[in-house]
Design a protein around this ligand. Structure first.
Ligand SMILES: [Zn+2]
Length: 259
């Protein structure tokens, strides 16, 4: 039993038998294995480019298995093609920048490996800033002179510098760093079920590593730190340290059957 739509980038909230072994797989060799919690709850996420047909299998603890075939709805991503650009400059980094990049990367990797003990996602998700224009969409991609760039894996909220950022759901802060190279001031917030929010380009941080926060608590302020072209809040949502899902799907996810 699940709520939500099986769609590229989306989340579904499901309930089965306690501690059941869950497998999400496709025909092309993708497979994610994890366990339902002691109440049988689990949240499943689909990647940006999830295959059209997937299978969700649940095996009761030491018992029978049930398989649910899923037809994955294709998501219509915003693709921007720009041709006739002058050849791009190859960006190079100084030795100091490379040290900063490697240090930032190690910090992120260690933080993503943390699995916080929390069920805060059960209260549902709300927008981290209100009344904002969405200036960047999950999965959008630019194709420059025919070359696809890396897709944008989060949601951008166009709000002024200094706007307070509210926790979209409660959880445990697994990273609070004012100065990652690309991301700038960054907070990772683990909501449970492997759902980790990432907030980037913050001008100031009001939380620290390991802190428990409630839904709506202020995490810090919007800025343009790191490699940002202007003030905005970038919000990404990672699923089980595998891939990013659409934060918008968390906002519409009905978790009430899991409570
Ligand atoms: Zn962004």
């Amino acid at each position: 039993m699940c709520t939500g739509t099986p769609e590229q980038g989306a989340l579904m909230a499901c309930r089965t038998t306690p501690n059941a072994a869950i497998t999400l797989s496709d025909d092309a060799g993708f497979s994610a294995k994890f366990k339902a919690d002691p109440a049988g709850r689990f949240v499943v996420g689909f990647s940006r480019d999830a295959a059209p047909h997937m299978t969700l299998r649940a095996c009761a603890n030491g018992g029978a298995c049930a398989a649910l075939p899923l037809s994955i709805v294709a998501h219509d991503y915003k693709i921007e093609r720009i041709n006739g650009l002058p050849p791009g400059k190859v960006s190079t980094f100084s030795a100091a920048q490379l040290v900063h990049i490697r240090k930032s990367s190690a910090r992120k990797k260690a933080a993503f490996a943390i699995k916080a003990d929390t069920d805060a996602y059960l209260a549902g998700f709300a927008k981290p800033v209100q009344n904002a224009r969405i200036s960047g969409f999950y999965g959008s991609q630019r194709v420059l002179n025919g070359k696809p760039k890396r897709p944008h894996m989060g949601m951008d909220f166009a709000v002024p510098k200094g706007t307070p950022i509210a926790a979209p759901a409660g959880g445990v802060v697994t990273l609070a760093d004012p100065d990652l190279y690309f991301e700038g001031g960054t907070v990772f917030l683990d909501h449970g079920q492997g759902l980790v929010s990432v907030f980037m380009h913050m001008s100031s941080l009001d939380v620290h590593d390991g802190q428990r926060v409630k839904k709506g608590d202020i995490l810090g302020k919007v800025g343009a730190t790191g490699r940002a072209t202007g003030p905005h809040l970038h919000w990404s949502l990672k699923w089980k340290n595998r891939y990013y899902v659409n934060p918008d799907s968390a906002l519409s996810l009905d978790v009430s059957p899991l409570r």
